[in-house]
Structures are given as C-alpha cells and as structure tokens.
Write a new protein. Structure first.
Length: 526
C-alpha cells in the first residue's frame, strides 16, 4: 500500500514548494502532483509543512528507546533519529555495569541489551522502537573495560586494547567516538590516549565527538587546543558537544580550529542552563570512581565529610560556572531515593533550609541515599539573550542537539522542548533561520555529518523519515518551572515509511532502525 502526504508544502534544504509526497515501503518514491489510487493511505497536510525528520545530535535516550513516553516526547518535537553513546559513557561495549552504576541518572536504566559489543547494542535497538538510533563508541566505557578504576595514564598495551575495542565498534556500525572529559573515567585520559582511540575512528570515516575538558565558557580555549592536537594526531573529524560559551568566544574558537585545518561542527541547544549529575561538580573525581558502596560508606563518615568540607568545597566555590552562589544555582531534578522525593524542583539552598541543614550536608545526604543516582539543573550567572543564541545558531557548523535527559521528576525542559523551540523562536519569531535553513541545521547536516545514509532530505529515493509541521502553532511548552510539557504543532510523523505518530497519537509500530548498522553492512543507509 502506498502512503501519500497530500496538499502540504515540502521543505528541503534546497527550498520550499507545494507538493504531494508518495512513500512506498521505507522510501520516498515521488514528489509532485500525485494522482490518488483507491488503496492509498492519505495524510492530509493542507496548511502544514512536510520536512525530513530531525536528528538529535546529542541525546541521552540510550536506555530509554523503548519507553513510550520518551518516544512521544521526541516525536512531538519532530525528532526521528537520536545519536546515543554521548559524553563517553554508555552501555556498550562490555556488560553495561559501569554505565548503570555511574550514568543511570542521565541515560536511564540498562536496556534490553544485556552485554556484548556495539553490534549487539545496535541489533537490540534495530526494529524495537519508533525512533532510529545511531551510536558513538563511548571512550570512558572503553577505558573502564580495559583499565578499570585506575586513574593512571594508560600504558601501551592498554592503549592497543582500547583502540581494538573502538575499531570493533566502528566496524559494527558506530558513527564515531565520544569523550566526556569532565566525567570519570574520561577525566583521567590524556590527549595522547584519546588520539590513539581516534585513529580507527578516522580510518572508518567517523567523527570524534567531545564534551570538552574544563567547563567550556571562558575556559573554552584550553579544550579547543586539546581538540586541535587530537585531530592533528589522528586525522579525525570533530564534533563539539553542547558548546556553551559567549558567541564571541565560540566563533573565535571555531576559527582557531578552522585555521588549524580541523573539520569541526558543534551542537548547541536553545537554553542557557545546563543539566548533569549532581556528583560531577560536587564530588572529587577520584571519589566518584570508587565503587558505589564505598562512596556511600565514605559519605556517611563524619571525618570524610569534614575533609570534603575543608578541602573540596572551596574548589566548588571557585568553579567558574558556579562560584560561591552554587547552592542557589543547582536545582534537584532527579533523586533516586524515594524518601528524598520532596526535594524535587528545589534548589539545594531551598531544600537545605526546609530540611534544617546546610547545602553541603543536604547534597551529601541526597547523594548517599540515592547511591549517587541524582541529577540536577544548573543555572548560569548570566542568562544569554535570544539574540546571542541566534548568533551561535547562525554558524554554518551548528547542528541541532538537545542533550536531553529524560530521567527525573523535574528535568531540564530541553528534553521535551528543544526542537520545537528552535522552530518557534529561531524560525517563526526571530527569523534567524528560514525554513530550509532549519532543515539544514536539524536534518541535512547531521545526517551527512554522522553518515546516516539517505536521510535528512525530502527527495525521491531517500528514506521516508518525515514530519508534518504546522508552521503557525509549532511551539515548546516545557519550562524550568513546568518541565514536562510536550511540544505542540507536530502531530504526524513517519519513520522508515511507517506512521509512528498519527493525529497526535502513537501508532503501534516499531520501524526505528540503527542507521550506522545498515550503512556499514550493505551501504543502503536504510
């Protein structure tokens, strides 16, 4: 049976035109004035735009691809493909035990995949969700598999073992390598180690994707210098995760990479506050690397708490992103301990006051009770205006990415609002992008960058990942105060030729693919 999207305006990176779109199987077969057949399945698109599905270049849906609430949240924004394995920590290769222990507050529970390599992870994601999922080999997970909890520099044998795991992952269908150099164990990997892991990535045509070292913002130059060295040593192309910095710094540092001959892109989302593990800024890295039972025991020890208060928390106050006001800047988003659920949505300062303690003790109590499974939304000292974000999004190297974290009772609104917010604020309201330019940033460029095959365009012969957008009503509703609101204005979504969202309701189907897997195996990109 043929599927026809009738009467809409087709928006592609090349322009806009009134046209019907025909789909057979998983492929777009015709665009134009299409004569109907009696058995056609028709989606009426009058007054709406037909776009290629959006690709979230920085997603943390790794363990939640089968979760219908997460699928709906992404599809309502027009996202049809997520790129998982971010920030250096995820569930493959290996048992997934470390990711479950350390990153559960970000990536969610360990998925159906129960151990093995990247091939097994991708196979488990293939045909089991309404979403497509590409995967980056996470360098921290690789380091964990080879070096365990060591904080020492990897020796030559360990580097070779790690590089072999990366090579295996790339051959299995991964689209690149990710690092998270403010997380453990990635924080203990030096540039030389990372460069050696990027060699098989470059050989496979993949991308080095990095959460830079050192906190971004005014410290971006140090992270960019390290990236330039890694690219020069390995030959890898580069993608910078969630590049947070004033526009002047960001444009300047991208120019530094360009002058150094580095092929670089970046993602940045339309919010200024961040979201991460509570333990990342508030616990020393060597403490976070210990087994959870040991950390919980230490946090209950009055002597250890006194040491942290004396030796560590002054460093938290000197953190360029936080400063002395840190208790008022951190809002508790997810707390695994049920007895602490009352604190969701409160700042550490407010929660401590309600609990009759101070912010340090409150934070350590919550971390211990939750076995470290806590995440937080982190404010910034200076909220960036829309005009500055518009300057950032105008860069030709910008790719859409949400850094969406779905775990939590009071999460960051970016998980449910990012792509609809791009369309509302930066297309309809400020006209930073035209509609075809939006397709370039959110569909075409990420599909090309991450080698996802014939995705990212509305063109004959291309995979039918399509969304139908009402240009007048598309909007985000999630806010920092009410972060669970779903996007509006996108009610029909097709993945691989099959409707997965119809008139705003989920359809009982699971056509999502693991695009890298298909590309590596048979070059179809489907």
């Amino acid at each position: 049976m043929r599927l026809v999207l009738r009467g809409g305006t087709v928006v592609d990176g090349d322009g806009m035109r009134k046209a019907d779109v025909a789909v057979e199987g998983d492929t777009i077969t015709e665009i134009g004035d299409i004569a109907p057949r009696p058995d056609d399945q028709v989606i009426e698109c009058g007054g709406r735009y037909v776009l290629p599905g959006f690709i979230d270049a920085h997603s943390h849906a790794d363990g939640l691809l089968a979760d219908e609430d997460v699928q709906r949240a992404l599809l309502k924004q027009g996202v049809t493909t997520v790129i998982a394995g971010q920030d250096g920590v995820s569930y493959a290769p290996g048992s997934g035990a470390y990711a479950s222990e350390y990153f559960a507050a970000i990536n969610g529970p360990r998925p159906r995949y129960a151990g093995g390599g990247v091939a097994e992870y991708l196979a488990a994601a293939d045909g089991t969700s309404r979403l497509n999922a590409a995967y980056l080999v996470p360098a921290g997970t690789v380091r964990w598999e080879v070096c365990g909890r060591s904080t020492a520099a990897a020796d030559e044998a360990q580097r070779k073992a790690m590089a072999a795991l990366v090579d295996e992952g790339m051959r299995a269908g991964a689209v690149g390598l990710s690092t998270g150099l403010d997380y453990v164990p990635g924080i203990f990997a030096d540039a030389s180690e990372i460069s050696s892991l990027c060699v098989p990535v470059a050989e496979a045509g993949g991308v080095y994707v990095t959460h830079m070292r050192g906190g971004y913002e005014a410290n971006s130059a140090a992270g960019i210098d390290e990236i330039a060295g890694i690219a020069a040593a390995s030959g890898a192309r580069v993608h910078i995760s969630h590049f947070h910095a004033p526009a002047e710094i960001l444009h300047g540092q991208l120019a530094v990479l360009s002058r150094a001959g580095v092929d670089a892109t970046f993602d940045a989302y339309p919010y200024t506050r961040g979201c991460s593990l509570l333990g990342m800024p508030l616990l020393p890295p060597d403490l976070s690397l210990l087994p959870v039972d040991d950390v919980v025991r230490l946090l209950a020890d009055p002597a250890e708490r006194a040491r942290l208060r004396r030796d560590w928390f002054p460093r938290v106050e000197r953190n360029a992103s936080l400063g002395p006001e840190w208790p008022s800047m951190i809002t508790l988003a997810h707390i695994a301990a049920p007895e602490c659920a009352w604190a969701h949505g409160l700042t550490l300062e407010a929660a401590a006051a309600r609990h009759g303690t101070d912010a340090i003790d409150l934070a350590l109590d919550v971390l211990a009770a939750s076995r470290l499974e806590v995440n937080q939304v982190m404010a910034v000292r200076h909220e960036r205006p829309v005009s500055e974000l518009a300057s950032i999004f105008s860069s030709p190297g910008h790719i859409g990415g949400s850094d969406g974290i779905f775990v939590g009772a009071h999460p960051h609104p970016r998980a449910r609002g990012t792509f609809a917010r791009y369309l509302r604020e930066y297309v309809r309201e400020t006209r930073t992008w035209s509609w075809p330019e939006a397709v370039g940033h959110l569909s075409a460029l990420p599909a090309e960058r991450f080698a996802l095959g014939r995705r990212g365009r509305v063109a004959s012969g291309w995979v039918a990942d399509l969304i139908v957008v009402d240009p007048q009503t598309v909007t985000d509703t999630a806010t920092y105060e009410q972060p669970l609101g779903e996007a509006a204005g996108i009610d029909d979504v097709i993945v691989a030729g099959q409707p997965v969202l119809a008139a705003g309701s989920l359809v009982d189907s699971a056509p999502g693919r693991a695009p890298g897997l298909g590309i590596r195996r048979d070059q179809t990109g489907r």
